[in-house]
Design a protein around this ligand. Structure first.
Ligand code: SF4
Ligand code: SF4
Length: 442
């Protein structure tokens, strides 16, 4: 019997599983069937109990449920069909890799960050135990042969950001046949900007060499327009969450931000806008995921890659609602549009460089912009408190969390700093701390 992908379909409030068979495709990609089956099985159960069990979900979420259920099935099939038609698939781990350029080169971008522990014993043979879960996770997905996105990618871009990623990529590059290294600055000086622009130019050259085609001004403008439209749709979604009651749960909003890294960008944008139309009506009718009395939480910190839903699940199970994510899978990654007014390639490359250099990742120093942005988001989304999420062993975010806490407390903003990994072992302890925090901000 072949391995199946299943998806959820809500019908008359009942959830049914519909099976489709992708066994041959997964074999062709070199996935390990037993491991992959185990991953899908766990993912399906988690999705049922976390997402499908929520009350008052907007109807527009059914599309995103469908995408999730087919994330290893139909979406991979689509990417393979694109490959057959001549497109290259570019996988990456960081929001510093410009999707505008990838699209302009006639390629498709996919995110490869992973949010679950896998093959940990194997991973700890090649990486130190005290490596952050995100890095261990993508190593585990590779060693366990369970990630079809990694296997379908024609190029895997490794971005030198934190020390963990930088040094782990020295090992990872020998585990995949198609690694491309991108150096990123850690300051925002004119020299750093120059370096970033040069890196992006080298990336353009690499893609041109790979595809055999030059990137034209028109193609780059079109790439910018497509990605800007996606960011505008996500911005619209974020702004709707400022309403009280918030029209959508933080879990569902996070899921949409996670899917932004996997789905076709044009179709995704249409579906987010359709969902926003529905949410606007809900806001007018004062209907929400929770009541208007639900404590409102802003999350800030490390990115939460699929299927890392641990902290949002804990927070929302207390009755609180998450109203924003100051994260790369969230506002930090998606805010700021790219200026498309230049009429030549060099001018557009300048705009792309300027747009990306505004990302206030904790690998930058100094990084006061990020703290300012957290304060702004707290105001904008009417949050009652901020939960800072740091992945264990992530030096940039955990170190920065102390300054974040200090500065927010100066303004009497309640902050809870959490440090955790992808395991379930500390769920009880985390729940107790989050419940106590939610009581304080009520
Ligand atoms: S947190 Fe930093 S390193 Fe990670 S995705 Fe964001 S910009 Fe890249
Ligand atoms: S979570 Fe922190 S340590 Fe891990 S890859 Fe991201 S920045 Fe690096």
């Amino acid at each position: 019997m072949g391995i199946k992908a299943f998806y959820f379909c809500s019908q008359n409030d009942k959830t049914i599983n519909i099976m489709a068979d992708y066994t041959q495709m997964w074999t062709d990609l070199g996935l390990d069937h037993d491991n992959h089956n185990a991953l899908l099985d766990n993912l399906g159960k988690a999705y049922q109990s976390i997402f499908m069990a929520q009350d008052n979900r907007p109807e527009g979420m059914s599309y995103f449920d469908f995408v999730m259920s087919e994330a290893h099935g139909l979406r991979i099939q689509e990417l393979r069909d694109e490959q057959k038609a001549g497109r290259k698939i570019i996988g990456s781990f960081c929001v510093f890799v410009p999707e505008e350029i990838i699209l302009a080169a006639g390629c498709t971008a996919v995110g490869l960050c992973a949010g679950a522990d896998f093959a940990q014993e194997e991973v700890e043979k090649v990486l130190p135990r005290n490596t952050c879960s995100l890095i261990k996770s993508f190593f585990g997905f590779k060693l366990g042969k369970v990630c079809p996105y990694m296997e379908v990618s024609d190029m895997i871009v490794g971005e030198n950001t934190c020390d963990g990623k930088k040094k782990s990529f020295e090992i990872f590059k020998d585990m995949v046949p198609n690694f491309y290294q991108m150096d990123l600055p850690q300051t925002k000086t004119p020299m750093a900007r120059h370096m970033l622009k040069q890196e992006y130019k080298s990336f353009v050259e690499k893609l041109e060499e790979m595809t055999g085609k030059s990137i034209s001004t028109e193609a780059l403008k079109q790439g910018i327009a497509t990605v800007n439209a996606k960011r505008q749709a996500l911005r619209r979604l974020s702004m709707l969450r400022a309403a009280n009651p918030a029209p959508i749960s933080g879990l569902d909003a996070l899921l949409i931000n996670q899917i932004a890294f996997l789905d076709n960008p044009v179709r995704f944008t249409e579906k987010v806008n359709a969902l926003c139309d529905e949410l606007e009506l809900l806001v007018k009718e004062s209907k929400g995921a929770k009541t208007a009395k639900a404590p409102r939480v802003l999350i800030s910190g490390c990115p939460m890659a699929i299927p890392n839903w641990k902290i949002p699940t804990i927070i929302e199970s207390t009755g609180a609602v998450i109203v924003g994510e100051e994260s790369c899978i969230g506002e930090r990654g998606q805010r700021n549009l790219t200026d498309d007014s230049a009429d030549n390639l060099n001018g557009l490359m300048d705009s792309i460089t300027d747009r990306y250099l505004k990302i206030d990742c904790a690998v930058f120093t100094p990084n006061q912009e990020r703290i300012n942005h957290i304060k702004e988001m707290k105001q904008q989304y009417n949050a009652d408190g901020v939960i800072h999420y740091g992945l264990q062993f992530c030096q940039p975010y955990i170190m920065e969390s102390f300054s974040v806490e200090k500065e927010l407390e100066k303004q009497d903003i309640s902050v809870l700093r959490l440090e955790t990994d992808y395991s379930q072992e500390d769920m009880g302890q985390l729940s107790t701390r989050v419940e106590a925090f939610v009581e304080i901000i009520k």
